[in-house]
Write a protein of this length. Structure first.
Length: 491
């Protein structure tokens, strides 16, 4: 059993203000996995003060972009060396399958490389070409760190969410206080150990598992210059309101209810198996999950039957077993939330094709939900409009050969994070992709890369992550002008 008695505050292992430990229990069988102390507002105050000193007075602000890039390369190497340990630990505390967490370690490498590529190509300081002939002045644009960043992340993909914020913030020269969910206390303390080994200057990074009250204290802290948040749309609205009142920078990666459009000419033998990952990966506890499947009326029952066979063929069980595809949900409250949506779908008149609110046989001790499929769903039903965050799919019909109808249904959502289309004609799929109001969209299951920006339209958030665009979320822009006759050298 893993026990953590200290918090990582400003790069130093520190006794917490409250020594009470939180039990971290397995979502699989509720056995005790470990114990960890949790941060309180007083610990946040110490972390922000350390970050403030490090940014305003310490050596971190004088590091070069190249030095910061070298440190991120080293951090990635440290993580890769312990990738199997990280994957297994997340599975034990979080409940998502081991295969998913192992695959995610490769994704973290690509994520880091995408940010590093953006940083190397970034114009940290650039002289502008004047549009006025014989101008009396010349201008330089500098991209500088914002200051102290509060990074607040959810429980569903802890390492990915944490590094998606820590890496660009540090590459830009900011200091960071990361607030993680209590459920991820063990893996986030392992991440803190990696930073401890990396050896950043004191105050640059703090990693604090904590509850919502402490998170609210961090977000509203006057010493914080920017908030970077991943989580629910409701929480995002509250954070945006606080940031607006304080006029601090904010970026939000929020919820989704993405559509997978299956056109009449699609090859179901390719499309449906691929939906196993894009719709049900990470136990369905993913903001980008394509949980609304849009099927043409002429092939509607064919699609429903293929999805039924898919869901019933997935192994549900112990997430530490290599062939398990669906593990337990993170906690009992989340399990009950998903079950309540399944009951709601029946009440709304949708056809329950497979699954249901009961626990899978033999798995009653854990937070398990049967992979569930609803047919005869109207896009106005709550199960089609609200983010369920579990292994629940709905199939919605659209009129054959009427792309406008499919696009209308896909766009008829308050969310706009992701989605996909399946078709025998890639150019046709690209045309549909251009019409869907989401931040990312795939054609025939092409994977989303880490070079381009990731984020949402509408209530799926503001701002972007990954690559140069994601890095730009962590800088301020400064313009300096000098007389044309003066000597000017960019750094």
């Amino acid at each position: 059993m893993i026990v953590h008695d200290q918090l990582y505050i400003g790069g130093v292992w520190t006794d917490p203000s409250d020594t009470t430990r939180l039990d971290i229990r397995s979502p699989h069988d509720r056995s005790l996995v470990g114990r960890s102390v949790q941060a309180l507002p007083a610990d946040v105050d110490r972390a922000v003060a350390a970050a403030r000193r490090a940014f305003d007075e310490g050596p971190w602000g004088r590091t070069t972009p190249r030095r910061r890039q070298d440190l991120i390369v080293r951090l990635n190497q440290l993580r890769e060396a312990r990738s199997d340990e990280i994957a297994a630990l997340i599975t034990s505390e979080r409940g998502n399958p081991l295969w998913f967490n192992k695959a995610g370690q490769g994704g973290l490498t690509r994520q880091a490389l995408g940010y590093l590529k953006g940083a190397r190509e970034f114009g940290w300081e650039e002289e502008l070409d004047s549009s006025v002939p014989d101008a009396a002045f010349r201008s330089v644009v500098r991209r500088e760190a914002i200051g102290v960043v509060a990074a607040v992340i959810p429980w569903n993909s802890p390492f990915s969410a944490a590094l998606a914020k820590l890496i660009p913030a540090l590459l830009a020269g900011n200091t960071v206080v990361l607030k993680a969910s209590p459920e991820n206390s063990l893996s986030m303390m392992l991440l803190a150990g990696l930073f401890d080994e990396l050896g950043l200057p004191e105050g640059v990074v703090s990693i604090l598992p904590a509850d919502r009250e402490t998170s609210e204290h961090l977000v509203a802290h006057p010493g914080v210059d920017k908030v970077a948040f991943t989580g629910s749309t409701g929480a995002g609205r509250a954070i945006a309101a606080v940031a607006g009142r304080q006029l601090k920078r904010v970026s939000l990666e929020l919820g989704g209810k993405s559509a997978a459009i299956i056109l009449p000419d699609a090859d179901l033998d390719e499309a449906v198996p691929a939906l196993r990952f894009s719709s049900l990966g990470n136990n369905g506890e993913a903001c980008i999950a394509q949980t609304r499947v849009l099927a043409p009326r002429s092939r509607y029952e064919e699609v429903v039957t293929a999805l039924k066979d898919l869901l019933e063929g997935l192994k549900v069980g112990d997430p530490s077993e290599e062939d398990t595809f669906i593990g337990p949900l993170v906690r009992a409250e989340q399990q009950e939330r998903v079950r309540s949506y399944i009951r709601l779908g029946v009440e709304e008149g949708a056809r329950l094709v497979t699954g249901g609110p009961e626990s899978p046989a033999g798995l009653e001790r854990g937070n398990y939900v049967k992979p569930t499929l609803f047919a005869d769903v109207d896009n106005g039903m709550r199960i089609a409009r609200e983010e369920i965050f579990g292994p629940v799919l709905v199939v919605i019909p659209f009129e054959d050969e009427d792309e406008d109808d499919a696009v209308r249904i896909a766009n008829d959502s308050e969310y706009g994070l992701s989605g996909g289309v399946w078709t025998a004609d890639v150019e046709r799929g690209l045309g549909i992709a251009r019409r869907i109001r989401t931040g990312t969209f795939t054609v025939n299951g092409a994977p989303i890369g880490f070079d381009g920006p990731f984020g949402g339209y509408k209530t799926s958030g503001t701002g972007r992550e990954y690559g140069a665009v994601g890095l730009a979320e962590y800088v301020e822009h400064k313009t300096i002008t000098v007389p044309a006759s003066g000597t000017m050298r960019t750094s």
